[in-house]
Design a protein around this ligand. Structure first.
Ligand code: FAD
Length: 300
């Protein structure tokens, strides 16, 4: 009899900007830890703007919690030598999961000769550093994730290019992909179908944002260049109380997540914005089956 399989569960956190934010983040971390996620990811400012706070959070997650951290790493505006050093530092510090990203160049920052330009190149670099480190430290394998897009990336000429790029990242050595936020289940479904047709075999985990804050939805959809569903937007804006808005947002998020899971998604990655309550409301309503014991890391 084959063992039961459970959907993977993970959360995104970002490094705190001050001491007050750090306290509130740690309340969130403890609440999320109770749901036994497979990993929690820690974002990284493009061009390394918050490198030390990110590394400190990763260190604390490794030493003070039962959680497995996935370190985001961006390559934009960064040389091969600097990236090699940071990957070496992450692996040396015990991190065994890295999300290899390009990032978006800060305004006015041009790339210089020798900078790593795209995520597929960063995946290759991580694999090279890993090969040296594994021999030195007898360290375990590093899981490498990459970004995927259910709607066209704003810099891409076409959705087809995004699919080719995803395949290139897998060929470079990626183990799994996490999607950018999306607001239509059919977009996730189309991404997976087209990726499989193109030969992509790695798991493509849907990244889902609890849609409870109109301010945040507006900001993120602007940044990612994705339109929020108009009907949902109208219902959120028309809510008479915060409680009503929250209920509408949680219901819409649950519907989106459930549709992706019903469509065969291997799990869910929840964008928490360092707040646990909306993420936990979504999880409660989803009644996601979780393994009885901690640590069923899908690929880490
Ligand atoms: P790439 O895969 O390099 O693609 C970027 C663009 O270049 C695309 O248009 C692609 O088609 C094109 N392209 C890719 N490879 C090539 C190639 N070899 N030749 C020519 N063109 C190519 N940003 C942060 O700053 N910090 C974070 O922590 C962070 N976390 C994220 C987590 C997730 C799950 C996702 C989905 C995104 C995250 N981002 C983060 C945002 C991400 O950095 C941006 O979306 C960025 O614009 C693209 O990153 P990428 O890794 O997809 O880049």
């Amino acid at each position: 009899m084959s063992p039961p399989t459970y959907p993977a569960l993970s959360y995104e956190l970002y490094p705190p900007r001050n001491a007050e934010a750090e306290d509130s983040l740690w309340t969130t971390i403890r609440r999320l830890e109770g749901t036994r996620p497979d990993f929690v990811s820690v974002t990284y400012g493009a061009a390394g703007s918050n490198q030390e706070t990110a590394i400190d959070l990763l260190r604390r997650l490794l030493t003070e919690t039962t959680l497995k951290p996935l370190a985001h790493l961006t390559c934009v505006g960064t040389s091969r030598a600097d990236l090699t050093e940071i990957v070496d530092r992450l692996i040396g510090g015990g991190v065994r999961g890295i999300l290899a990203l390009r990032g978006d160049a800060p305004e006015g920052r041009e790339s210089r000769p020798g900078d790593v330009e795209h995520a597929d190149e960063l995946v290759r670099l991580i694999r090279e550093v890993e090969a040296q480190r594994v021999a030195q430290l007898a360290a375990g394998k590093v899981s490498v994730g990459v970004a995927a897009y259910a709607t066209r990336h704003p810099d891409s000429p076409s959705f087809d290019q995004d699919i080719e790029v995803l395949l290139a990242k897998e060929v470079a050595g990626a183990d799994f992909a996490i999607t950018q936020v999306f607001f239509q289940a059919s977009d996730y479904s189309r991404l997976v179908t087209r990726a499989r047709q193109a030969g992509v075999t790695i798991p493509i985990i849907p990244g889902v944002m609890p849609m409870t804050s109109t301010r945040r939805l507006k900001k993120l959809s602007g940044l990612a260049g994705i339109d929020v569903d108009e009907a949902l937007w109208g219902r959120l804006e028309g809510a008479r109380t915060d409680e009503e808005r929250r209920r509408i947002g949680v219901e819409a998020t649950v519907d989106l997540a459930r549709a992706a899971l019903d469509d065969g998604a291997p799990g869910l990655h929840l964008y928490t914005f360092n707040e646990h309550s909306a993420a936990l409301d979504v999880l409660d309503a989803l009644e996601l089956e979780r393994p009885p014991e901690a640590g069923l890391a899908a690929s880490m």
